[in-house]
Design a protein around this ligand. Structure first.
Ligand code: AKG
Length: 324
């Protein structure tokens, strides 16, 4: 049952504007759409500061984070658990409202967020992939908002999509920009490099300004080139929200959840790791995080490493791991 009764938080912020019928139709038809001017300048400025702070503090996720950062690529997940600017954008901004406009339903939960930085001249590509194979969840009602904090051109690190691929039955291996062997340890085939098949597939992509937002779902194939600009960083955020049909479905070779969440397989995402954000935030779910930074739980981290080792990854294991 929706717990909507216990909130001392204000209702979700109103967006600068609602999504239009045309944008929602394009999203449903193509699997991705670019919505112009959704995020205000103050938020963009605040998040630029937040990204610089978090990337100064640590290079990002995974054993190769430092090496990748030296090459200009930085990425990390669940930053909202430690950084208040990320937390506020996730829980208290207009994104929950916009997510509800896409997903419908009685309530929306925050799934998680990532940042993807490609500094000027960074040649790291984002391999073509679908998002759902990365995640320990199943369901279709997930919306990702990809928010650029810098001007970005399509050919130079702009995110591109295979039009209509959100309807495909095929699922592809979870391939990260550093080709992490743990994430790739599944029987799924690797996605083709659709960027090299421009005659065969229709690709969608946009030049974007800060404030513009890409909306896309969990199955559409997407990827991006390196950042060819000699002077312009490309700092992007992906904030993801879930709706009614999204349930916890743990699987090997999926994104680690390093905080306790208390969910059993099959349960709808909710609670302190996936808090409700619309129609309003629930006190009990976010109280701990609103008191201060929430480090990963030793029990959850331990369980993740144990699972890794059981699959032959990690110290002494046959292959390197995400956290070796
Ligand atoms: O920004 C990028 O290059 C990758 C973004 C992405 O794949 C995502 O948000 O799912």
């Amino acid at each position: 049952m929706a717990q909507t009764d216990s909130s001392s938080f204000p209702d979700p912020a109103q967006p600068l504007r609602d999504l239009t019928r045309e944008e929602l139709d394009a999203y449903a038809r193509d699997g991705a759409v670019c919505a112009r001017g959704l995020i205000d300048h103050e938020t963009i400025e605040r998040m630029r500061g937040a990204i610089e702070k978090v990337t100064r503090e640590e290079p990002g996720l995974g054993p190769r984070a430092e090496e990748l950062a030296k090459a200009g690529f930085e990425a990390n997940i669940f930053i909202w658990k430690k950084n208040d600017d990320f937390r506020d954008l996730a829980l208290f901004s207009s994104l929950p409202h916009l997510a509800q406009q896409v997903l419908g339903g009685d309530r929306v939960n925050f799934f998680y967020e990532q940042y993807f930085v490609k500094r000027a001249g960074c040649s790291t590509e984002t391999p073509w992939h679908q998002d759902i194979p990365f995640w320990p969840v199943s369901g279709s009602q997930i919306i990702s908002f990809w928010i650029t904090l810098d001007p970005v051109v399509r050919e130079s690190s702009g995110l591109e999509f295979v039009r209509g691929s959100h309807r495909w039955q095929e699922r592809y291996k979870a391939v990260t920009p550093d080709y992490d062997p743990y994430m790739m340890d599944s029987d799924l085939p690797e996605a083709p490099n659709f960027g090299k098949q421009r005659d065969e597939q229709e690709l969608l992509g946009w030049d974007m300004e800060p404030g513009d937002v890409l909306l896309f779902g969990p199955v559409v194939c997407h990827g991006s080139e390196g950042n060819l600009s000699p002077s312009q960083d490309r700092r992007a955020l992906a904030f993801r929200y879930s709706g009614e049909d999204v349930v916890f479905a743990p699987r090997h070779a999926t994104m680690p959840l390093l905080w306790d969440h208390g969910l059993e397989p099959g349960e709808r995402l909710s609670g302190s790791l996936f808090p409700q954000v619309w129609p309003r935030v629930i006190d009990a779910e976010v109280a701990r995080r609103c008191e201060g930074e929430e480090p990963p739980s030793p029990a959850a981290v331990g369980a993740f490493f144990k699972a890794l080792e059981e699959k032959g990854f990690g110290p002494g294991g046959k292959k390197p791991s995400l956290f070796s």
